[in-house]
Design a binder for this molecule. Structure first.
Ligand code: 0O2
Length: 216
């Protein structure tokens, strides 16, 4: 599986909880706006929107503490910044699987975005059946007296993959990660059906595009 990492020192200089929230909120807004601009530009050039919708969220303090505990780390500001990559999270939902790599490539081209890590669960799905393309990036947040490179997790997936992931996430939490075997295998089977559906919808769309080109 694709696994790429660059060594950086993001979040340097953040000292208080309020500052953490301020900086991560700013980073989230910046990435969301960037995605919207890229989508508008794509529509302008290709008369087509690759992005269906965008969801943005800041991780709750409880989830941050839980994640640190799981990693065996103390709940400190520095550990949050260093070890919790998804305090600011953006989910980019697109129509077709081909849009996923297109969007990822557009993000990688942005000069002020630094890609720290990518995880390609599209080409290499998880054993659970989970498919999504993950990027951990940093964006510079301009404060009055300094610039803070701030981490944002970007998850890119299709509408169908997102539908599967939200249901699987609920089931995972309901059973605290210990869902019965028949439910797990049914979810893996559903993930296969989602993948098949995505491939068929993509093929259909390509055929329609080809027909429209011939008519033009
Ligand atoms: P939540 O509650 O969604 O925030 P890392 O986040 O890097 O420390 P990991 O597992 O190495 O941990 O990273 P990975 O694999 O990139 O997963 C990060 C996020 O992807 C998860 O965040 C989930 O949101 C989502 N995800 C990963 N695997 C699955 C899966 O099998 N099913 C579903 N539905 N979602 C998945 P959190 O913090 O685990 O959870």
């Amino acid at each position: 599986m694709e696994f790429m990492q660059n060594g950086q020192n993001p979040g340097e200089g953040i000292e208080s909880w309020n500052e953490v929230m301020l900086v991560y909120n700013a980073a989230l807004k910046q990435v969301q706006t960037k995605m919207e601009i890229l989508n508008d530009e794509f529509q302008h050039v290709h008369q087509y929107n690759p992005i269906e919708h965008i969801k943005a969220r800041i991780k709750t303090p409880e989830s941050i503490v839980k994640k640190l505990k799981r990693a065996g780390k103390e709940s400190t500001i520095q550990n949050m910044i260093e070890y919790v990559n998804d305090i600011a999270g953006i989910r980019v939902i697109c129509s077709f699987s081909s849009d996923i790599y297109r969007i990822a490539a557009m993000i990688k081209e942005q000069k002020d975005i630094k890609v720290l890590l990518t995880k390609d669960y599209i080409t290499y799905p998880k054993a659970s059946g989970y498919r999504s393309y993950h990027m951990i990036v940093t964006v510079p947040v301009y404060l009055s007296d300094r610039i803070v490179d701030t981490k944002v997790e970007i998850q890119i997936r299709t509408v169908a993959q997102d539908f599967w992931a939200s249901l699987e996430h609920k089931i995972h939490y309901k059973f605290e990660g210990e869902a019965p075997e028949h439910i797990r295998s049914e979810l893996v089977e559903c993930a296969r059906m989602v993948s098949d559906l995505d491939a068929r919808m993509l093929a259909l769309n390509e055929e329609i595009l080809e027909l429209s080109k011939q008519e033009a």
